[in-house]
Design a binder for this molecule. Sequence first.
Ligand SMILES: C[S@@+](CC[C@H](N)C(=O)[O-])C[C@H]1O[C@@H](n2cnc3c(N)ncnc32)[C@H](O)[C@@H]1O
Length: 351
Amino acid sequence: MFSFDFDLEDNIHESTKGVAAAPPAPQSEPVVELPLSHLLDSLPSRISYSPVLIPLSSGKSVTLSRRDLFDARFQLISEGTDDTDAAPGLDFLDAPSDLVPGVYEGGLKTWECSLDLVGYLASLPDSSETRLSGKRILEIGCGTGIPSVFLLSRLFCEQSNVNCHVHLQDYNSSVLELITFPNIILAWYMSPSSAEYRIRRHYRASEDDVEYPPPDPAVAGELSITPVLKNAFTASVAKLGIDLAFFSGSWDSFATRLRSEGTKYDMVLTSETIYRTDSLPALIQLLYQACSAKDVLCLVAAKVLYFGVGGGVSEFTRALQSNALECCGRAETVWERKLGVDREIMRIHWV
Ligand SMILES: C[S@@+](CC[C@H](N)C(=O)[O-])C[C@H]1O[C@@H](n2cnc3c(N)ncnc32)[C@H](O)[C@@H]1O
């Protein structure tokens, strides 16, 4: 079953028990685009991380690095922003639950279905649809952003310009600053793209106390975030032609912004975002608004039922087919797991 337990010791959210009542949907919040320079400035001088191992159906596995939650908490304490009176938006870091209605929607933890999504994406055969070069990719309600981190870890292995847009959206700017962006920095550091930065360390005598952990995501470690690393990251991203963008705010506002700007994507991903029925119309409108064509790769990974919160696959498919929305879609189950809490990945076809 499903729960909103919140435990700083545990970075992966696993479902155990239900909650008593469905909390209200988060309020409408304006979209704020967080510039890359702001996210780089928000990084602490060191980040600690641990491996996330994702088994694949082929018997192989994918391993990614993810910033430790306790490390994000430590950053806030050392910056003096852990005082919840001074920074009320951050009180979810102390909350006993995974959800603080209207404030925090569980994005600091990696939810199980985001790992399913990585497994599914990794299993897709190479085709014009799955090739990342030249694509515009959006992850909605990204939280720790593990599916995007996986795709970026592939892009960071490329030698030449990939001309790819990877955009990430979450309700909370603090989630994007504290976890999502650090995870992308880690994906870069673990990739061939950071080789020059790592190799040239021998010429940087002034950086004696800098940590250069092995670029192996299977090993936990600490990475020093120096001005040289930030410049090397920015230069790599520019050289590869990767356009990274980060948006905080609610789904209704983001859909309005995409509509007014005419922004579209070729691959739209989301996981563990259909848990609340009253949020479904805004999410579906956003999925629809974001897709550049009726049959682009639009994937929704979710538990079949979110006990106590009301949402789940049937509520989602019903809302998707409802005439109440300006868009109408059909959900095709492309992956499922019937062990413990049933989980699915749906591909959306707009009609
Ligand atoms: C349960 S978490 C899942 C996070 C991540 N996708 C994963 O699977 O690990 C739900 C995410 O959706 C975002 N979210 C939920 N409702 C939202 C809304 N109405 N507008 C914007 N974001 C929302 C939250 O900020 C949160 O990160």
